[in-house]
Design a protein around this ligand. Structure first.
Ligand code: ADP
Ligand code: ADP
Ligand code: MG
Length: 502
């Protein structure tokens, strides 16, 4: 067992801060790395020490494993936390860290390797008798045979890249006629994005819910699960709203999924924090999708309902200690919601938006947690993920968590870029979301950019209010005053709309 005294966080933004905060609470010193684009970022200032690793492109900075390991040696670091994205699911990096005599705060390179390939992961899950989505669970080499299987499992089917991630590398095939064309596209996309053209086929579940299970394991064979997260509100196969617990799971199904997740983790000798993702169909039958061998973006909702600090536990087990709790010690208390506040334009197909955060004021108060790595005046860079913050609320039940989320979204003031806030506000008022009866088709079924015009648009109003404040402060000339003078009426209109919308 080795006590960790100094951690290098090989990441940026909110997750770097999130990890360093827990390290500080544990009395562990922190080292940040940063690219030239992030010189003034909060994670750099927060760390006890910080080192520039290169120019803005991730390949030349945050992905430079060699430089990162050299910095560890230079500064006497004894452990590396990779966060999510970047090098977090890179088995080579985890191996290099260990071979350099450092602790990698995460699973072994072998576990990462197995789960990093969706095909290998499915085969491992099959060995543990975990249900899989019907399809072809090996790399497709014989197209004619694959087409036959597709017809057998029934269209629509999904062609997936084995090395895929981040919602990329997936193609829906509606019928046999499209099969060859979509196959060509899927393979070429997989080669281009992931450097690996292996693809496989899954039945496309038509009313799918994405429900995942958080697992935690130590190096002594103890594996537990920390219940589920419901992540079905997605755009481009990527999550925007997450919550725990799910409205649809019965205690029996929760236990069964939890047990399967634990089995998947055991099946690859897992240690550390991990997430086993499942697709759940309309009959509540569940199927293994993949395992993410890292801390998940949406881990805070689990922390809120269980009272466990997942990063603390990760550090703990990386030191070789036993898990600090057993399955029987864990229970669900209350309800948590998370929205991803991304610099994207929901009115324009959620396309990423770049620019300066002219106004940036976070919501506060009871039951509100904001994990972010940005502040007013900063640039949203084209080089990295456009997520500005994760806004998380906690209430004694789902209704209370939703009420707090509405209030918190309305308090959030962001100007300078378009964000997902207005979309998330729309979700919080939508009857399908409120009833709990929704699936991953939510955006496609219910969301049209027009709803942001007719529905209350607190975001624009906050921007407008910020603008008014700015104008008044700066003694502005007449044309701008004219703009300011129409605002109060719009505000009241918006408030009336909002009341009726509720
Ligand atoms: P989560 O599954 O934790 O919700 P996401 O799928 O949103 O996570 O991915 C988390 C981060 O990791 C995002 O920044 C995403 O762009 C990045 N990411 C995920 N998978 C890959 C991958 N295979 N290659 C590169 N980046 C990835
Ligand atoms: P990634 O590595 O990009 O996260 P996943 O396999 O986890 O890939 O799938 C991402 C999302 O795509 C899921 O959350 C779900 O919305 C959708 N999806 C994946 N597989 C299926 C399927 N067989 N049927 C329906 N939807 C699917
Ligand atoms: Mg996934």
């Amino acid at each position: 067992m080795k006590k960790i005294t100094k951690i290098l966080v090989a990441n940026r933004g909110e997750i770097a801060l999130r990890i360093m905060r827990t390290a500080r609470e544990m009395g562990i010193s922190t080292v940040a790395i940063y690219s030239e684009a992030d010189r003034n970022a909060p994670h750099v200032r927060y760390a006890d020490e910080a080192v520039c690793v290169g120019p803005p492109p991730a390949k030349e900075s945050y992905l430079r494993a060699d430089k990162i390991i050299q910095i560890c040696h230079d500064l006497g670091v004894d452990a590396v936390h990779p966060g999510y994205g970047f090098l977090s699911e890179n088995a080579e990096f985890s191996r290099a860290v260990s071979e350099a005599g450092l602790i990698f705060i995460g699973p072994s390179p072998q576990s990462i390797e197995v789960m990093g390939s969706k095909i290998a992961a499915k085969q491992a899950a099959r060995r543990m008798n975990v249900p899989l989505v019907p399809g072809v669970d090996e790399a497709i080499t014989d197209r004619t045979a694959a087409k036959l299987t597709a017809a057998q499992v029934g269209y629509p089917v999904l062609i997936k890249a084995s090395a895929g991630g981040g919602g990329k590398g997936m193609r829906v095939v509606e019928n046999a006629e499209e099969f060859d064309e979509q196959m060509d596209r899927a393979v070429s996309e997989a080669v281009q994005s992931f450097g690996d053209g292996s693809v496989f086929i899954e039945k496309y579940i038509t009313k799918p819910r994405h429900i995942e299970i958080q697992v935690m394991a130590d190096q002594h064979g103890n594996v537990v699960h920390l219940f589920e997260r419901e992540c079905s509100i997605q755009r481009r196969h990527q999550k925007v709203v997450e919550e725990a617990p799910s409205s649809v799971l019965t205690p029996q199904i929760r236990d069964a999924m939890g047990q399967c997740a634990v089995d998947v983790a055991r099946g690859c000798n897992y240690h550390g924090a991990g997430t086993v993702e499942f697709i759940v169909d309309e009959n509540l039958d569940f199927y293994f999708l993949e395992m993410n061998t890292r801390l998940q973006v949406e881990h805070p909702v689990t922390e809120l309902i269980t009272g466990v600090d997942l990063v603390k536990e990760m550090i703990w087990v990386a030191e070789g200690k036993q898990l600090s709790f057993a399955q029987a010690d864990l229970s669900i208390r209350g309800h948590a919601l998370e929205i991803r506040v991304c610099a994207e334009d929901p009115a324009n197909n959620f396309l990423p938006d770049v620019g300066t955060l002219h106004t940036y004021v976070r919501p506060q108060g009871n039951g509100v947690r904001v994990d972010d790595g940005m502040e007013q005046g900063m640039e949203i860079s084209i080089y990295y993920d456009p997520m500005i913050a994760k806004l998380v609320t906690y209430g004694k039940n789902r209704t209370e968590a939703i009420e707090k989320m509405r209030r918190a979204i309305d308090e959030y003031q962001i100007a300078g870029v378009q964000t997902t806030l207005p979309f998330c506000r729309f979700v919080m008022d939508h009857e399908a979301f409120l009833s709990g009866q929704f699936d991953t088709r939510f955006v496609g079924l219910y969301f049209k950019p027009e709803v942001l015009l007719t529905e209350p648009n607190h975001h624009e109003m906050n921007v407008a209010a910020a603008l008014v404040g700015h104008l008044m402060h700066n003694q502005t000339p007449a044309p701008s005053r004219e703009k300011a003078s129409i605002l109060p009426e719009q505000t009241s209109q918006w408030r009336t709309n909002r009341k009726t919308a509720r």
